[in-house]
Design a protein around this ligand. Structure first.
Ligand SMILES: [Zn+2]
Length: 344
């Protein structure tokens, strides 16, 4: 079969790889219907050291079950399923606490010996715990929105939940990428009263408004902080959802959070030191967030997609075939595409 491999910065190739087969009785093989490129794929795409052998890549996909191992129950060939961006048994102590990203028997897509999602098919470890059956057909128009259950929609939701977003909360979302826009949608869904979206790409912030943003702030840094201050009587917002992963974004977050408020970060941090000074201590600011246990939220978010109450799939603004995946990476890296859908 064909699958995507990354060899180094700016070097993504689609090549022939061995067809996936069942290795463990807990495996399934899934034929991929839709996959996509993640903002976090752009970090290795921007910085990975050149290698002679490529690594499989892609961690968001949905598809059709082709085969299941002898210990997999509840799934049969022909089921349409979505996979969260890490695989997990969904039964260990961490999984039952809703932290499938720390599963004792789980792991990452594209790790050595594990398939990536940007290919024609995937061997799914811990299939029973990992895969969630979707009550739709292979040709459903909901596939793009359902695919966001792999990562961006639950990640935005995790950000909002950990930041304690609910009715009567005011929210600032930092970042107008797919996760930031998903965080707007999630905050709206949880009843946030006011949602200020910080982003400077008008086409993206326009979608953010449709997802529920009440205000858009295009300014960044100190100017952006000042602007949010003006909108909130100088207080800032109860919750700040940091969906970028760069230190300036975190500094902005601390600048716009209201006393007693929460900053949640779900952008994969590209920094190691967190500037939590005495001022934040005196204002009782909480810093939370982290990698989203997408699997924990899929059942909760799925009905809203099936009913059409939310359309998180609108973050996809370009669709490519498998052979055009390198173009898709380039378009996202050059900010010419918000999020690229792959149709193998
Ligand atoms: Zn587990």
């Amino acid at each position: 079969m064909r699958a995507t491999l990354i060899y180094g910065a700016g070097d993504v190739r689609v090549e022939d790889v061995p067809d996936p087969r069942l290795h463990e009785p807990t495996d399934a093989v899934v034929r991929v219907l839709r996959s996509c490129v993640c903002g976090s794929d752009l970090w290795p795409y921007g910085a990975k050291k050149d290698a002679t052998e490529g690594d499989r890549i892609g961690h968001e996909f949905l598809g059709v079950v082709e085969e299941v191992g002898s210990e997999v129950s509840g799934l049969v060939g022909g089921d349409v399923v979505v996979a969260p961006f890490v695989w997990a048994d969904n039964t260990c102590d961490f999984c039952t606490e809703g932290l499938q990203t720390s599963c004792r028997h789980g792991g990452q897509w594209g790790a050595p010996g594990v398939d990536g999602g940007q290919g024609e098919a995937v061997r799914v470890p811990q299939a029973q715990g990992t895969l969630v059956k979707l009550p739709v057909g292979e040709d459903s128009t909901l596939l793009p929105s359902l695919l966001t259950l792999s990562d961006v929609f639950p990640t935005g939701h995790h950000c909002a939940v950990t930041a304690r977003v609910g009715p009567r909360t005011t929210v600032t979302v930092i970042g107008d990428g797919a996760v930031g826009l998903s965080a707007v949608l999630a905050a709206k869904r949880l009843g946030a009263e006011r949602i200020i979206l910080m982003g400077r790409h008008t086409d993206r912030t326009d979608l953010g408004r449709e997802f529920g943003a009440t205000d858009v702030v295009a300014e960044r840094g100190a100017e952006g902080v000042e602007k949010v201050g003006e909108l909130t009587g100088g207080d800032g917002t109860h919750a700040v959802l940091e969906c970028v992963g760069l230190k300036p974004a975190l500094e902005t977050a601390f600048g716009v959070v209201r006393a007693g408020g929460v900053v949640s970060r779900v952008g994969a941090p590209q920094y190691s030191d967190v500037p939590m000074d005495g001022g934040l201590f005196m204002r009782n600011i909480t810093l939370t967030g982290g990698v989203a246990p997408a699997r924990a939220y899929i059942e909760e978010l799925l009905p809203d997609i099936l009913d059409g109450r939310v359309e998180p799939g609108r973050v996809f603004d370009r669709t490519v075939g498998l052979d055009e995946v390198p173009d898709g990476y380039r378009a996202m890296a050059d900010r010419k595409a918000l999020k690229v859908l792959i149709r193998p």
